[in-house]
Ligand binder design. Structure first.
Ligand SMILES: Cc1ncc(COP(=O)(O)O)c(C=O)c1O
Length: 505
């Protein structure tokens, strides 16, 4: 998605700077009050030390990083360990049995075993298929699932586009696709509607159900109990854990989903380009790969026009795996293990609670609310991702791109748009099917900017996206405090009704 550069006025950037500077004068006092309000935060102070030791580039470069749902950050020691491994050894393509090939195979196998043990997945029951990212894992399921055989695809509105995209595989095989809504303002699953849809499982059919353990839009954590409920009604379940796994314990001995897609960079930052599909062996048996590639077969013949698929994960890993980087997956998971995912979770929960309380309490002098959060405003069954928009004293929305521009000028990294989760966005922002249909009608292509302009041209105070902040392993109190000060800089400021700045026309 492209974004145009915004021309920010000096007045606006200076206003933000002044409010941030003023906020910093009260920082110590605010931290003391925070510790009083969240006494258990002290139990997570090891993560402040970790930040100093491993993530001090954040402070050296004065970055306020609030996009952990976009991508996690790597620790220094991960890079050192990985580089040392590469410098010391000689590693060849794992598709052979020469010594350098075996050296790679051994490290890659270790990484595979470690992924299973990290998620407490029994190797008899689950396999790990390495993929380029969570999207690659989802595509593997989508393209191989036997939709053509009495199949159907059920999913929640609240899904990443890489989960939505599986519907195209279903359509191509003439399988029905059913969506179940989530309900604003909390953006939780409509339980009755989901149960009714789950009851539509085709007996002895191929019923595939997908939902996120945590929404990358609203941060809602949908109940993991849906996995067992759906399976009992005859569904195979994709539990999209890409946004959940970085700050929550996922125990696959308890939650036995059939397919779990993940991206490792979201959990520990480095390396990018590796994800996994953790897949239940018994369900994998029904997958039918639409092609074969190097590494996925035992034998293929040109004259015989035949091939035999490899066993196990190998049948799904096309070509040469990223064998030099796979060992870094184990290093990254060991880092998270040492930092302790429960401690990360606790800290993220407290910082999120603080953010929610502070942001939702900001009022203009006329009493109107500055920030409208899309999703739960308490930390019950929600993670550290918060989506919202800013409103001025006249309840006119601020263009999220202006917010992003001003945040960037203050070295705050956040995300704006619909975060590749259009269903949650449409429901949260109250965008109707009629409006969407009008936008898509008679067009072959459209950029996001054109879409946004078309949606806002109705002049109905409509936005097509939101601002998203998310916290993670290296977030400290100062980061969230700074963001609250940034938000305060919009108090009593008119958005001037400008939904898009002049240069975006
Ligand atoms: C919930 C969820 N699912 C899937 C994905 C896709 O991950 P990737 O872009 O790494 O393939 C994301 C990425 O943000 C996500 O948040």
């Amino acid at each position: 998605m492209t974004h145009q550069a915004f021309i920010l006025s000096d007045t606006d950037t200076q206003r933000v700077e002044v409010v941030l500077a003023e906020g910093m004068r009260h920082y110590e006092e605010a931290y003391r009050a925070f510790l009083e309000q969240y006494p258990q935060f002290k139990e997570t102070l090891a993560l402040d030390t970790l930040r100093e030791q491993e993530y001090n580039r954040l402070d050296q470069t004065r970055q306020i990083y609030l996009d952990y749902t976009g991508g996690g950050l790597y620790a220094k020691s991960q890079l050192k360990q990985h580089t040392e491994m590469l410098l010391k050894g000689v590693y060849g393509n794992p598709h052979s049995s020469n010594p350098t090939s075996l050296a790679s195979t051994m490290l890659d196998d270790e990484a595979r075993q470690y992924v299973l043990s990290f998620f407490n997945a029994d190797p008899e029951e689950y396999m790990v298929i390495f993929t380029p990212n969570a999207s690659g894992a989802l595509r593997l399921v989508g393209e191989s699932y036997p939709f053509e055989d009495n199949g159907q695809y059920l999913l929640t509105f609240d899904n990443h586009n890489s989960v939505n995209g599986i519907r195209e595989f279903a359509y191509h095989k003439n399988a029905p696709v059913i969506y179940t809504p989530v309900v604003p303002p909390d953006m939780r699953i409509d339980a009755d509607a989901l149960l009714a849809n789950l009851d539509k499982a085709i007996p002895n059919g191929n019923n595939l159900f997908a939902y996120p353990a945590q929404s990358n839009f609203s941060g809602v954590q949908h109940s993991l109990e849906w996995v067992e409920i759906a399976q009992a009604k005859g569904w195979d379940v994709i539990l999209d854990s890409a946004a959940f796994a970085p700050t929550n314990r996922l125990d696959l001995s308890v939650v036995k989903a059939d397919f779990i897609p993940l991206s490792f960079y979201k959990i520990f930052g480095y390396p990018t380009g590796i994800g996994a599909l953790i897949a239940r062996r018994s369900t994998v048996e029904k997958l039918r790969r639409p092609w074969f590639a190097g590494g996925t077969i035992t034998v293929a013949s040109v004259q015989g026009n035949a091939h035999f698929m490899a066993e196990d994960f190998a049948a799904f890993e096309d070509g040469t795996v990223d064998y030099l980087n796979l060992p870094a997956v184990k290093i990254g998971l060991e880092h998270i293990q040492k930092a302790n995912i429960e401690v990360i979770h606790e800290r993220v929960t407290m910082l999120t609670d603080y953010l929610l309380k502070q942001l939702t309490s900001l009022k203009h002098d006329n009493g109107s609310t500055l920030i409208k959060v899309y999703g739960p405003v308490t930390t019950e069954a929600r993670g550290g991702t918060i989506a919202f928009n800013f409103y001025d004293p006249d309840n006119i929305i601020f263009d999220f791109q202006i917010i992003e521009g001003l945040a960037s000028a203050a070295n705050i990294s956040l995300r704006t748009g619909c975060f590749c989760n259009p269903g949650a966005g449409e429901l949260a922002l109250n965008i109707t099917k009629v409006e969407i249909d009008a936008c898509f009608a008679d067009k072959d292509r459209m950029t996001f900017e054109q879409f946004a302009i078309a949606m806002t041209s109705t002049g109905n105070n409509q936005e097509v996206g939101a601002v998203r902040i998310s916290v993670g392993i290296a977030t400290n109190f100062k980061d969230v405090y700074t963001f609250v000060q940034f938000a305060r800089s919009f108090l009593n400021v008119k958005s001037q009704g400008l939904l898009f700045s002049a240069d975006s026309a």
